[in-house]
Design a protein around this ligand. Structure first.
Ligand code: PLP
Ligand code: COI
Length: 341
């Protein structure tokens, strides 16, 4: 299979149009059979529910080329399950989870020429999404929907790749208690746009959001969960009903325990404790594990002992093991890797 002529090693996290995308439409209470199409444009009513009331949800997962040349996808069943949970919360129909996984396979297969070669550091990012498309003017859910998946080859989410980043404690909230922080709804990201633009203008790479109720506990960033390492090498990750249940974070907890023999704790993390941790990282599909070197909090700085040059040693072990599993260098737990023939 000939690959596209792309400078794989220098890709950033951007959109590149690929050959095929998947679409299935929901009408009169049922999903149609779905198909791969070439057209990347979507035509809809000016009054479509997604445009007026943001009824849209999405997912993110990646396809990798392994060391032995196979193309694989990482835990797509968990993305299917999470999209179904997002749909229920947003009054949208569930796209059947087995059909989600099948559609992911179809999109990867149809865009094999865009799957970055092994060793380039790039991957094929898959973006499943669903939105309400019929005209809605009174506030209520749509009755017609589209489920789609497109693919785009990507490099690292943060410019420096594995270089530690600096984040700030945001003055804005991302998700309310009992709100939608625990699902992947577009509205959560719309909420964060002003905050991320503000952080970037001030020279920071990302925001740390605290819990909106008390502003004392660590939640997550705009696109990743937190992992902390204690001075005695325990992995700590925030537990909250208003953060996204990251598949990367859940996988890393297994990797830490089962592969590295580390103790793991998922619990409420008070911001006051953060200064005592030895390492900090952001984890997610796009972020993989991005090390945090410094946190700025209204004039005070927390500088982690791991510094601004390299990932901390435990973060590095987690990173190497997880990416080793994804790229086929390390045996994966059963069911984590789906091979695309
Ligand atoms: N938190 C938020 C807000 C996200 O957008 C993402 C990205 O999907 C994550 C966490 C990480 O989740 P995952 O590891 O499933 O990609
Ligand atoms: C992902 O990691 O897949 C996400 O959706 C995060 C987003 C900020 C790119």
């Amino acid at each position: 299979m000939d690959k596209k002529n792309i400078d794989w090693s220098n890709l950033g996290f951007g959109y590149i149009k690929t050959d095929k995308r998947y679409v299935s439409a929901y009408k009169n209470g049922a999903w149609d059979e779905g198909q791969l199409i070439e057209d990347d444009m979507i035509t809809m009513s000016e009054c479509a529910c997604v445009l007026q009331y943001s009824q849209t949800i999405f997912e993110g997962l990646k396809a990798y080329t392994t060391q032995d040349g196979k193309i694989v996808v990482f835990r797509p069943d968990l993305n299917a399950e999470r999209l179904a949970n997002s749909a229920r919360r947003m009054e949208m129909p569930v796209f059947p989870e087995d059909r989600f996984v099948d559609a992911v396979e179809q999109v990867v297969r149809a865009n094999k020429a865009f799957v970055p070669p092994y060793g380039t550091g790039a991957t094929l990012y898959l973006r499943p999404y669903m939105f309400g498309i019929n005209p809605v003017i009174g506030v209520k859910p749509a009755e017609e929907f589209q489920f789609r998946i497109f693919a785009t080859p990507v490099g690292p989410y943060f410019k420096g790749g594995a270089k530690p980043i600096t984040i700030k404690v945001s003055d804005f909230d991302r998700a309310a208690p009992h709100g939608t922080g625990n699902i992947k709804a577009g509205l959560n990201y719309a909420m964060s746009l002003h905050a991320i633009v503000t952080a970037h203008k001030e020279g920071f790479d990302e925001n740390m959001y605290l819990d909106a109720g008390s502003r004392t506990k660590v939640e997550e960033t705009g696109g990743a969960n937190f992992l902390f390492v204690t001075k005695d090498n325990k992995i700590v990750t925030p537990k909250s009903d208003s953060i996204l249940p990251s598949i990367t974070r859940r996988s890393l907890m297994v990797v830490a325990k089962e592969y590295l023999g580390l103790e793991v704790e998922e619990r409420e993390v008070y911001f006051d404790e953060v200064k005592d941790f030895a390492e900090c990282g952001l984890c997610g599909t796009a972020a993989v594990i991005s090390p945090v070197g410094k946190i700025y909090d209204h004039g005070n700085e927390i500088c982690f002992p791991s510094g601004m040059e390299e990932m901390g040693p435990v973060t590095k072990k987690l990173y190497d093991t997880l990416t080793g599993i994804q790229m086929g260098r390390i045996e994966a737990p059963k069911g984590w890797i789906k091979v695309i023939d």
